[in-house]
Design a protein around this ligand. Structure first.
Ligand SMILES: [Zn+2]
Ligand SMILES: [Zn+2]
Length: 164
């Protein structure tokens, strides 16, 4: 949904964000940012390492990992994670949500304005300060559904709300 020019502008914006957050934009960080912005599939750190190593031969896995961690802490890169799978990364765009396939681990962006207006936890949070949120729908992607004859059944007797 994003144009190539829009993507370039986003990378430029992120690169500008680094120094503003007190993070010098090193060659390595720039390469990681560009590799991340070039993908839409929420890559893992290892996938990013492979992309970056093609451009910067000789860069170590540890360097890529460290660049990611530092940029996550500075808010230049965002982590997408859920239990039982490797941490994935994305560039922080406007609020969006995710469709997560439990069979192939695909993570797809979901833009649904109604989900952007969920009520906050209010007083129930007891002083906890919410910085951000994102909804993750766990399920089976269309491709996996086609190649799996019998989709995993829910163990409980509850009715599924996932209509077709
Ligand atoms: Zn799948
Ligand atoms: Zn996303």
């Amino acid at each position: 949904m994003k144009s190539h020019a829009g993507r370039r502008a986003a990378v430029a914006g992120l690169e500008g964000l680094c120094p503003r957050r007190g993070l010098p934009l090193t060659v390595q960080r720039r390469a990681v940012l560009e590799a991340l912005a070039a993908r839409r599939d929420h890559p893992t750190a290892d996938q990013l390492y492979e992309d970056v190593a093609r451009r910067l031969p000789g860069i170590s896995r540890a360097t890529v990992y460290r660049a990611l961690e530092v940029m996550v802490r500075a808010g230049v890169v965002r982590k997408v994670w859920y239990a039982g799978a490797a941490t994935r990364f994305e560039v922080p765009e406007r609020r969006h949500h995710h469709l997560v396939c439990v069979l192939c681990d695909a993570v797809v962006d979901l833009h649904q304005p109604a989900l952007d207006r969920l009520p906050g936890p209010g007083r129930a949070a007891r002083g906890f300060r919410v910085l951000d949120y994102s909804v993750q729908f766990m399920g089976v992607c269309a491709q996996c559904a086609r190649s799996t004859k019998t989709p995993p059944r829910q163990s409980s007797g509850r009715q599924s709300h996932e209509g077709k």
